[in-house]
Design a protein around this ligand. Structure first.
Ligand code: MN
Ligand code: MN
Length: 460
């Protein structure tokens, strides 16, 4: 039952493709470090491939037919793409969905203060982080500031050569006797994740001169007032680019593999489909997965349903029943990262049911915690169909659970899509250091997931 390592099967030509795929993915990672940036990149890739915005088709009253390429961007943070198939939509789609939000620190809405000659900013962490991993390291600011008149400033500071970086201080070991006695989870408090943004005063200012200097820079360089931060989404992420990891360059180290690795693989797979598919292929890149898929851009919102209704209307076939049938008859891969087996922490895993880096795309029949709580438990019948598709296409794949029973757990968007009555299974790429500022994946798993998602979209 042990799954073979995918690297063993590659010819020199395959290896070249594996490495090329790794490079293209790293380029995407470097352009997309927030959900908004990833959505923008996805839209650019889709438009370059001939995908048209659904709104435009609605405006033009275009008749949608097989082979048409359509996308929807929801509030700049989530994207749906449809490659229309030959069969009627009511017979269902083959859907691949992943999320493009990643754990990070968000700037609070009233963030700035001065203390002892530093200008600092308060943050509120987003998603599940181990707080001690975010101090004493270089960080960058990405995001948007919307002024009262509706004009916007897009920021990305800390990425280009010569850019300054920012960060959060930590206590020196010499004085850490008390801190060292604390539990790991409590050693760094959420309210202590405050960024140092500046350290020099503005001349001639008596009260809070360092903060005044910071405000001057924001005004001079970005035309932002302090009050504009109220209508801003500024995300603090690790500064720096994705890099090859390991002397053999077999892995990629980066911030945000969870879940941009599946998001990119899904897009790459969709864009590789050349012939008009039998069933409509749908790629979903969603937001807010890390905080429970809430809000208008999270999977719990109705945008998939809405898009299906609009497309059916453009086909002159809209009815609520048609929408329900299209969703119920669909098959889906809920693509998200899986916990890669770590030999240093082997006792956190049950080795027969763990995901291993390099052994191909993972299928998690169920996720959840404790007694599978919160899990979407995929049907055995569906799992059997997927096994056949993967084996018929010589895709390297493995099955996995998140970790040892009783140790913790997690969930994805699978259970939400399952509410429509469609078949859904969790699938994805194994990651080492999940949710850390530097996560690691294997290029073989990335390559196999692109192949898996394409085979699924064309053949499921
Ligand atoms: Mn995830
Ligand atoms: Mn996650």
């Amino acid at each position: 039952m042990e799954r073979p390592n995918a690297w063993k099967k590659y010819s020199p030509q395959d290896l070249e493709q594996v490495m090329k795929t790794g490079e293209a993915y790293q380029d995407f990672l470097n352009r997309g470090k927030t959900e908004r940036e990833c959505a923008r990149e996805a839209v650019a890739m889709l438009e370059a491939a001939g995908y048209q915005p659904l709104e435009q088709l609605i405006r033009e009253g275009k008749k949608v037919q097989a082979g048409d390429k359509i996308y929807v961007c929801i509030m700049g943070k989530a994207v749906l793409a449809f490659l229309m198939g030959k069969k009627p939509l009511e017979e269902g789609m083959n859907i691949v969905g992943a999320h493009i939000d990643s754990p990070r620190l968000d700037l609070k809405q009233n963030p700035l203060y001065e203390d002892t000659d530093y200008a600092l900013a308060d943050t509120h962490y987003y998603g599940g982080i181990k707080k001690y991993q975010w101090v004493a390291r270089e960080l960058a600011i990405h995001g948007v500031v919307i002024r009262k008149d509706g004009s916007r400033v897009e920021l990305a500071i800390g990425e280009k050569d010569g850019d300054p970086v920012i960060g959060i201080s930590d206590l020196l070991p010499h004085l850490s006797q008390k801190q060292n006695e604390k539990k790991l989870a409590e050693a760094i408090e959420g309210e202590k994740l405050d960024l140092i943004l500046a350290g020099s005063p503005l001349e001639g200012v008596e009260k809070e001169p360092v903060k005044a200097n910071l405000l001057r820079i924001l005004k001079d360089e970005y035309q932002i007032e302090e009050e504009d931060l109220i209508s801003a989404e500024l995300e603090i992420v690790p500064a720096g680019k994705a890099r090859d990891f390991g002397l053999d360059r077999s892995m990629v180290m980066s911030y945000g593999h969870d879940d941009r690795v599946c998001a990119w693989a899904e897009l790459a797979a969709l864009l590789q489909i050349r012939d008009i598919p039998e069933r409509t292929c749908c790629g979903m890149l969603v937001d807010k997965e890390e905080i429970g898929s809430v809000g208008a851009t999270g999977m719990r919102a109705n945008y998939l349903e809405n898009a299906i209704a609009e497309i059916l209307a453009l086909q002159g076939a809209y009815s609520e029943l048609q929408v329900r049938r299209a969703l119920r008859n669909s098959s889906m891969l809920s693509c998200d990262v899986s916990a890669g087996y770590d030999p240093l922490y082997g006792d956190a895993f049950e080795k027969k049911n763990a995901a291993f880096l390099g052994r191909g795309v993972c299928f998690n029949k169920f996720t959840g915690s404790r007694g599978k709580s919160g899990s979407n438990d995929a049907n055995a019948e569906y799992m059997a169909r997927l096994r056949k598709i993967m084996d018929d296409n010589n895709v390297s794949w493995q099955t996995a659970e998140l970790g040892r029973v009783d140790l913790g757990g997690g969930g994805t968007i699978a259970y939400i899509c399952a509410l429509y009555g469609m078949n859904v299974i969790d699938s994805g790429v194994a990651v080492l250091n999940m949710h850390a500022p530097m996560e690691i994946i294997s290029k073989a798993d990335l390559y196999e997931s692109v192949r898996a998602y394409q085979a699924f979209m064309e053949q499921a």
